[in-house]
Each structure stands twice: as C-alpha cells, then as structure tokens.
Ligand binder design. Structure first.
Ligand SMILES: Cc1cc2nc3c(=O)[nH]c(=O)nc-3n(C[C@H](O)[C@H](O)[C@H](O)COP(=O)(O)OP(=O)(O)OC[C@H]3O[C@@H](n4cnc5c(N)ncnc54)[C@H](O)[C@@H]3O)c2cc1C
Length: 354
C-alpha cells in the first residue's frame, strides 16, 4: 500500500518505520523539520511513569517499561539508565508505604526489562548521594532506575532507521487537508494515497477539523515547561510539589540540571514558551527539595512543549497518558501517546492498516 504519515515527531517517525518495515511504500510529511515540536521538548525520560500507577494505568506502565528497555538496548549512545531518588520527608507528601508499594509494582511490571531493583536509602545514605537535599525532616529516599535520552538526537536516529526501511521523508511539507478517500492537500501538494496516518500530535484534531471530519476524541493541550540551570546534580530527583499532589523532577542534563515540569492548559494559537509564573513555580519546587535556593541568574534557558493528551479528566495531572486510534475512511488518526511508547504505537498502527 502507499501510505502517507503526517507529522515528523517521534510518533510519526515510529509509525512510518513500522509501516516501512512491513513492506508498505511510505512517505512522511513534516511541515517544519523533524523533531521540532513536542518530541524535543520532553522531560527526556524513557520511563514507565511511576505516578500513572496511582491512576491504575497498569497496561500503559507495563508497555512503557518494556519499551524503555528497547530504546536503551538499540541506541546506547543516545540514552542511558538513570538513577532517580524519591526522598521522603516527615509528614510531607505520599507515605513511605504507598511509595514502596508503587515501586514494588513498578519492578514487577518491568519483569525481565527491569534495570535495577528499587531500594531504600536511609537519611545518611541519601545525603551521601545528594548532599544538597533538604535535610530538615528528611527520613531517607527510595532509589530506582529509569532511562534518560537526548530526545532530539534519538528521534533523528529513529528517522534514519525509518529511512533504512525505505521511508521517504519530506520536511517543510505542510498538509492542509485530508480526505476520506486518501487525498492529501497542501500549498504545493495534491496526492492520493491508499491510507493516511495523521500523527500531527497536538495539531492532529485541528487537521481533522480543517478537513471537515468530526473526531470522537478531543485533545487536551497542556503545556509543560522546563528550566535549564547552571548547577549539577548526581542523580535525578522526583518529588511532590508543595501544596499539591503533583510530582516534578530535577535531572542531570549535559552538565547542567533540568527542572520540570508544569501543567498549563493552552490553546493551539498560544505561544509555546515558559511563562514567568511557570519559571517561578519551578524555582520554588527546586527550593523545596534542595538547599541553596535557585536564583534567576542560575537559569540559562527554558523550553516548553505541549502534551497532546486525550481529554479525560478535569485535572490534567490525572488525564490518561494512553493513546487511541480513530478511523475516518482512509485516514487513521493518532490521539495522545508518550515518547517512550512510540514504537509500540507504530506497530499497532501498522497492524491496523495491514
Ligand atoms: C513537557 C513534556 C514533557 C514530556 N516528557 C516526556 C518524557 O519524559 N517521556 C515520555 O515518554 N514522554 C514525554 N512527554 C510526551 C511526549 O513528548 C509526547 O507525547 C510526544 O513527543 C508526542 O509526539 P508526537 O509525534 O505525537 O507529536 P510532536 O512531536 O508534536 O510531532 C507532531 C509533528 O507534526 C507536525 N505537524 C503538525 N501539523 C502538521 C501538518 N498539518 N502538516 C505537516 N506536519 C504537521 C508538527 O510540526 C510536529 O513536528 C512529554 C511531553 C511534554 C509536553
């Protein structure tokens, strides 16, 4: 079959690769450049998503833990296992028993794809690993492992892999409209395909609506911002943001530290950038976890991306991170999807079309 994939983020690239590997004649069209949107603005974790266990997302977490291992095995130069600490302070945040149960389940769901088992570090062990951790009320910390990636570089590696399966990639090729019988239309384009896969991420719903197609799913567009900070940190840290149940991260990143992320609902036309309020929120989060407060001048840059979440909850933090496929004639649209699970999504799309 001749298949067009719209969108050169990680989901489009992995769908194209899977379809190419299955023997289809695949063209990928990206309106800008590969990995220029959400897929290079992530928290850069190849992870199962420990906190999704609280919402009962066992299928997703299990799949993501196995996919994490696949990426780590395939491209060891562009991603690596990363130790994360989950500190416990007296009378704050989730209880030690709840976290232990979650980590036990996380290890269990990973099965043979487990990196290293979680373990408890007492207060002095935790401070030996991270001497700048807030010591007041610190009981200790759980240590566990996930993956860290250079999302842009790994995405470009995946695109090369797709080319190896015969996929033809056209950058700077915007698609304005798709039709039920497989025609793609753009400024310099009108071409018929047997199937079209709409992987436009945050813009997938808009592309359907501009084409006169009414989607059953609705996207909840939720911006997430990060600070890049002129500090180093030996391991990742995962902690609850004061005054809420949200979790945020401090992560080592190319000799600096990443602080993220936020959850701010936005419209498609709004700028995708870290606001002053978000920067302040992230600095406060840092200061609740580490001694030596973060000053504005410690922040060397910021970046932001928009999560294409399937609308499922009032609180975006509770919204599902699952993906869903929706068919309109020759057009198959991908809603949602994590970076880590892009290969599994690609295989599902390929199986649906074959
Ligand atoms: C702040 C944040 C942190 C995250 N952290 C993680 C993490 O640590 N780990 C993880 O697994 N996941 C993470 N995610 C989720 C993950 O990054 C996204 O789910 C994933 O990158 C989405 O990929 P995508 O290909 O669907 O979308 P995108 O990467 O946005 O790609 C869509 C592409 O489609 C193109 N496009 C749009 N419309 C058209 C059109 N009409 N014609 C042609 N091209 C078009 C766009 O230019 C874009 O390049 C995070 C997301 C955010 C926002």
């Amino acid at each position: 079959m001749r298949v067009a994939v719209v969108g050169g983020g990680i989901n489009g690239v992995m769908c194209a690769a899977s379809l190419g590997r299955a023997g289809h004649d695949v063209v990928l069209l990206e309106r800008s450049t590969l990995m220029s949107a959400t897929s290079s603005a992530s928290t850069k974790l190849l992870h199962g998503g420990l906190r999704y266990l609280e919402h009962g997302a066992f299928r997703l977490v299990r799949e993501a833990l196995h996919e994490r291992k696949w990426w780590l095995d395939q491209a060891p130069g562009l991603c690596h296992p990363l130790q994360l600490l989950l500190p416990v302070w007296k009378g704050q945040g989730r209880s030690r028993h709840l976290i232990r149960a979650g980590l036990w389940m996380y290890d269990l769901l990973a099965g043979s794809a487990r990196l290293q088992p979680h373990r408890w570090l007492d207060r002095s062990e935790a401070l030996a690993v991270l001497p700048r951790l807030q010591p007041d009320g610190l009981v200790g910390a759980f240590s566990f492992w996930d993956g860290q990636m250079d999302d842009r570089a790994l995405g470009l590696w995946a695109a090369d892999r797709a080319r190896g399966f015969g996929v033809s990639i056209r950058e700077r090729s915007p698609v304005e409209r798709v039709t039920l019988d497989g025609v793609l239309e753009g400024p310099d384009l009108s071409e018929r395909f047997d199937r079209i896969v709409n992987c436009a991420g945050p813009w997938a719903e808009e592309l359907l609506r501009c084409s006169g197609l009414v989607p059953r799913h609705t996207l909840d567009l939720v911006r997430g911002s990060h600070l890049v900070v002129r500090r180093t940190i030996a391991t990742g840290v995962l902690a609850q943001v004061p005054g809420g149940s949200r979790i945020a991260f401090l992560l080592p990143w190319k000799g600096s530290m990443l602080v993220g992320t936020t959850e701010v609902r936005q419209g498609l036309g709004d700028p995708i950038a870290c606001s002053a309020d978000e920067a302040q929120y992230l600095r406060q989060f840092h200061d609740s976890v580490m001694v030596e407060p973060l000053r504005e001048e410690d922040v060397t840059s910021t970046f932001a991306g928009v999560r294409p979440l399937i609308r499922s909850a009032e609180d975006p933090g509770r919204a599902t991170r699952e993906y869903a496929l929706e068919r309109h004639g020759a057009v198959l649209t991908v809603f949602g999807g994590k970076w880590t699970t892009a290969r599994a999504l690609g295989d599902l799309v390929s199986a649906r079309l074959s």
